[in-house]
Design a protein around this ligand. Structure first.
Ligand SMILES: [Zn+2]
Length: 69
């Protein structure tokens, strides 16, 4: 089990707090777009990539594969 903020290194994980299944997706934060997990109950869960300048770049990286950070 990963702690919030840790790199999960998978396309799916489970929320450590509520047990919900989480799928990897593109999210936006103040610093930019990133690939990670977000729990519908608990909010942002982990960030698996670096930051991208826009959503398109992040989605492209998610499709083509990205090497952690
Ligand atoms: Zn949760």
């Amino acid at each position: 089990m990963a702690l919030p903020g840790e790199c999960v290194n998978d396309n799916q994980t489970f929320c450590i707090d509520c047990g919900a299944a989480l799928s990897i997706d593109v999210f936006r934060s103040a610093a930019g777009y990133y690939i990670g997990f977000c729990c519908p109950e608990c909010g942002p869960y982990s960030r698996e990539s670096g930051y991208y300048p826009n959503q398109k770049a992040a989605e492209k990286a998610m499709k083509e594969g990205f090497n952690g950070r």
